[in-house]
Ligand binder design. Sequence first.
Ligand SMILES: C[S@@+](CC[C@H](N)C(=O)[O-])C[C@H]1O[C@@H](n2cnc3c(N)ncnc32)[C@H](O)[C@@H]1O
Length: 203
Amino acid sequence: MLMLGRFRRWFFAKCLLPGASARHELLVAAQKRKLFAGLRPSDTVVELGPGTGPNFTYFPAGVRWIGVEPNPHLEHGLRKAGHSEIHTGIATVPSGIADVVVCTLVLCSVHDVAAILAEVRRVLKPGGVFYFLEHVAAPEGSGRRRTQRRVRGVWRWFGNGCDLCREPAMELLRAGFLDVQVEAFEVAELGPAAPHIVGTARN
Ligand SMILES: C[S@@+](CC[C@H](N)C(=O)[O-])C[C@H]1O[C@@H](n2cnc3c(N)ncnc32)[C@H](O)[C@@H]1O
């Protein structure tokens, strides 16, 4: 079981994520440019699950970047690329350190969304902003939601725990963020992962 978990993390980091991230990046670049336009060079940015690092291109020069990357293969790649402030879990990130927390395509694969969002609020300064872009569950009763349910198991295995049927916007409201701004959009090319949300929430 342990070996299988290690293999999945390796397979995801080395074989699946680099191609998938690059493809996804092309499809959501416009939304990301708009989302991250508010970042300032003086910001301390904590990024959850940076993976192969597709978001670096949107951050202004000068930001202090702190990553939270539990997959050792991805963590190694980020260190090799020169990023040294990396935690393997958010629990060790100091409280109230971040002006901004960034999270793209991560809430689909964390074990406990509510617990992670509570941690996001802990590491954000008062008034700090959570920036997110996630694929989400299709509306209940839709054909796409039925497809998501059908392929969920296989998707989860190959996607290292990625769940197609999550509704993170509801969790954000429950977590007590203020001024939650959510925009829904579709990336049709992504089939069952087409429904997306992008937005911000203030601590
Ligand atoms: C689908 S990848 C997304 C990578 C990148 N953010 C992107 O937009 O391409 C999901 C990432 O979340 C990370 N992850 C999974 N659980 C996590 C957790 N509890 N805390 C932080 N990162 C997590 C994975 O290791 C992986 O890097």
